[in-house]
Design a protein around this ligand. Structure first.
Ligand SMILES: CCCCCCCCCCCCC[C@H](O)CC(=O)SCCNC(=O)CCNC(=O)[C@H](O)C(C)(C)COP(=O)(O)OP(=O)(O)OC[C@H]1O[C@@H](n2cnc3c(N)ncnc32)[C@H](O)[C@@H]1OP(=O)(O)O
Length: 719
């Protein structure tokens, strides 16, 4: 709703009231319409100020309404009537003015922002475009290139940038509503002819066609199949080429296509999923609302390899004091230099001061004596980690949380080696840790809810989508990835090439296919893991057992590639070839093609033609099947957790909503049928056998994804 008061005798003050972000729900829209009418019809009122309750202007249209039948006054005429008003209307922007919130402000005649406010049109991140006139007014106000940038990226700008761009008229460090009221008093009675943005001609760059062609090309490339960014460009083009009313028609038309698309549904699902995973719950029943995190102001990072450096930088950026420990002097000096330049580059990009002073460096683990939390990031070796944990236990003050950054080692085993296993959790960061926005917080059966709460809160503070998951081999992300990689290797054996597999996955929307991605991360990492698991054997075995391990199909292709010293980009050769070690542009490698042919010949395999659909079904459905097993095992609390992990950490295209959401869109019955088909064709691949939760969901009518938890609960209660 909206509240109305009269201040300073002649200013009508309308306050949006819909906590926490004052989204423009039907009730709020009705409130605005009513209160604007009250203000305009009151002869004592000379000007109007619109603000939001609790220091937050408006987070935009109410996204929760989108999936439902919409009631209440529509936004567009509401904003038009504000713009058409014969008394000045001033927007007082504190907190955020996003999406429909900024569109409302653009309908006002003046905008005053607090210096800490953030403004933007992030609709594109929800699979939409700014469809309450934003795509038509913003280019008229700030020009086509700047509007294209804001609308196609959805980025939020600071008040300072908004002032520079001309989005706001004034920025204040003081009380924004007071400043807006003062401003409203000063403009009362002035002509508004030059203040109605919809009447402005859109500034047209001379090379309009070339500009749009170039932007469209860039946007299509980076959109990877997402339709909203393309529609955003089309809408801004309409602003630049059509009169306002026709532009609005075009905006509406484009929005109608997006609004009903599966992509918008997927992206809005991920928006809410990202927030839902913060409300974590452990199988014991402990949860976010009953577990209080401990305050963490000082943390230590042990081991300053690539991961440790990224973690320490991310901690410092979040404002924590960091003790960075590396026992090797040379490595410590190198790390210090690298971390300082990471912080400096980041500060330059974002604006601000590099947090260099927050990090202290030491060669001694003793330096961690007074920290609240330690993140150990030494080499991925259980014996070494146990040793480090022993030293930490002796050094750290009682109650210090001990976190291990591991991508797959048994967190519980490590915890059992310490006198206080309840203080141990895994924090699985993704490389580079100061860039990637995902964190898996891994709890073992003995991790205390408080330890989980603390790690989750720290992850949030570091700006990461943090997901609490149970302890198992590979946790959630890597456990599922294993199946995806396995199918990709089997496809090579059966006749595919790395290029074919990658093309199918990149057309699906991944930034990189599985083989290009493996070349980037380094093939030796997985090789080491397979050797440790007793899977990779030196040399190439022959005979029927050469491709069998522990009774099941195994592809040694990756191991053989590594035996050639081909570890990916870093060695200049992997699944592809590169100009030189460290180069990034992957080129087809004839060596690889003949290697694959010879391999098939040696194993009596006949190459067959494989199409993109089979690549997608085999790689993605096997991964999804493992996702269902993870849900069944209670390792992830719900499908949202898995989807957030995949979108934020593994490049799953956001417009497809994550693997579990995607499965629900494809249809669970279809996923089940295709898995059954492939399992019949490959009975020696147990992972293709559909898991029982998937069967149960299909048997219970394939409920939508938000109801899976209930079905799983029933399944568990019947066991
Ligand atoms: C037949 C077809 C016809 C087609 C024609 C249809 C025409 C329809 C006309 C529509 C016109 C469109 C108008 C407009 O252009 C569209 C929009 O405005 S879309 C919304 C754009 N806004 C955003 O994307 C902002 C989203 N929010 C945020 O980024 C952040 O929440 C924040 C505002 C920066 C605040 O961040 P935080 O402080 O960290 O808080 P949280 O993020 O945790 O949020 C708290 C809480 O609020 C919920 N929430 C936030 N924003 C919205 C919202 N816009 N609507 C509903 N709910 C919102 C959020 O989910 C949290 O709640 P929780 O999930 O935890 O319960």
């Amino acid at each position: 709703m909206a509240q109305y008061t009269r201040v300073s005798g002649v200013v009508g003050l309308i306050t949006l009231q819909n906590p926490p972000v004052n989204a423009l729900s039907a009730v709020v829209r009705q409130g605005i319409v009513d209160k604007v009418e009250t203000a305009l019809s009151d002869p004592k009122v000379k000007s109007v100020v619109i603000c939001g309750q609790n220091g937050n202007f408006c987070g935009g249209a109410d996204i929760k309404e989108f999936g439902t039948k919409m009631f209440g006054p529509p936004l567009i005429p509401m904003i038009h009537s504000i713009e058409a008003a014969n008394k000045p209307v001033v927007a007082a922007i504190e907190g955020s003015a996003l999406g429909g919130g900024l569109e409302l402000a653009l309908g006002c005649h003046y905008r005053i922002a607090h210096s800490k406010a953030r403004l933007g049109l992030p609709e594109v991140t929800l699979g939409l475009l700014p469809a309450a006139g934003g795509s038509q007014r913003l280019p008229r106000l700030i020009g086509v290139p700047a509007a294209l940038n804001l609308i196609t990226t959805g980025r939020h700008v600071t008040a300072a940038e908004a002032l520079q761009l001309g989005i706001v008229d004034q920025v204040t460090d003081h009380n924004t509503v007071d400043a807006a009221v003062k401003f409203a008093l000063s403009v009362a009675g002035r002509s508004l002819d030059a203040r109605r943005i919809s009447t402005y001609p859109c500034p047209r760059p001379s090379d309009l066609d070339a500009l749009f062609e170039e932007v469209m090309q860039k946007v299509r490339q980076s959109a990877r199949g997402a339709i909203a960014p393309v529609a955003c460009v089309q809408a801004v083009r309409a602003a630049a080429t059509l009169p306002y009313t026709q532009g609005m028609e075009r905006e509406k038309e484009l929005m109608a296509t997006l609004f009903t698309s599966g992509q918008a549904r997927a992206m809005q699902y991920i928006f809410f999923a990202q927030r839902a995973v913060g409300r974590w719950r452990m199988p014991s029943g402990a949860s976010w609302d009953t577990s209080k995190p401990r305050p963490v102001t000082k943390a230590a990072v042990i081991g300053l390899g690539t991961m440790g450096r990224g973690i320490a930088v991310a901690l410092a950026r979040a404002g924590l004091s960091v003790v960075a420990v590396e026992t090797q002097e040379k490595q410590l000096l190198e790390a210090k230099q690298a971390m300082s330049s990471m912080l400096e580059r980041g500060a330059k990009r974002r604006g601000g001061v590099p947090a260099l002073g927050l990090i202290s460096y030491s060669q001694s683990i003793q330096a961690a004596a007074d920290v609240d939390l330690v993140i150990e990031a030494v080499f991925e070796d259980m014996a070494l980690k146990i040793e480090v944990f022993k030293q930490l236990t002796a050094v750290c003050k009682p109650g210090t949380l001990l976190c291990t950054n591991t991508s797959g080692l048994d967190v519980d085993q490590l915890a059992s080696e310490t006198p206080n296993p309840e203080l141990v959790v895994g924090m699985h960061f993704f490389a580079p840790a100061h860039v990637m926005n995902l964190l898996e917080v891994v709890y073992g059966p003995r991790s205390s809810p408080q330890a989980v709460a603390t790690a989750m809160q720290l992850g949030k503070k570091m700006g990461k989508a943090s997901v609490a998951v149970g302890n198992c081999s590979g946790f959630v992300g890597n456990r599922m990835l294993k199946l995806y990689l396995e199918q990709a290797s089997f496809l090579l054996e059966e006749g595919a090439t790395p290029e074919l597999v990658d093309r199918a996955l990149e057309e699906f929307g991944f930034p990189m296919g599985v083989f290009r991605m493996s070349d980037l991360s380094g093939l030796d990492v997985g090789w080491r893991v397979r050797k440790a698991a007793g899977l990779a054997e030196p040399g190439e075995a022959s005979g029927p057992s050469a491709r069998i391990r522990k009774g099941y199909r195994y592809s040694p292709i990756g191991d053989l590639v590594c035996e050639q010293g081909r570890f990916g980009q870093k060695t200049g050769r992997g699944w592809y070839q590169y100009e030189k070690p460290g180069s990034r542009v992957a080129r087809s490698d004839p060596w690889m093609h003949s290697f694959l042919e010879q391999y098939r010949a040696r194993h009596g395999l006949v190459a067959r033609s494989i199409d993109h659909q089979e690549v997608l079904e085999r790689c993605l459905y096997s991964l999804i099947n493992e996702g269902f097993r993870i849900l069944e095992d209670g390792i992830a609390a719900g499908p949202e957790d898995i989807d957030v992990i995949y979108v934020f950490g593994y490049g799953w295209p956001r417009h497809r909503g994550g693997p579990m959401f995607y499965a629900s869109m494809v249809g669970l019955a279809k996923v089940l049928e295709r898995l059954e088909h492939y399992h019949q064709a490959h009975p020696d691949v147990p992972n293709l056998q559909p898991c029982s939760l998937l069967r149960r969901l299909v048997a219970s009518g394939s409920p939508p994804v938000h109801m899976w938890r209930e079905v799983r609960k029933k399944l568990h209660s019947q066991l």
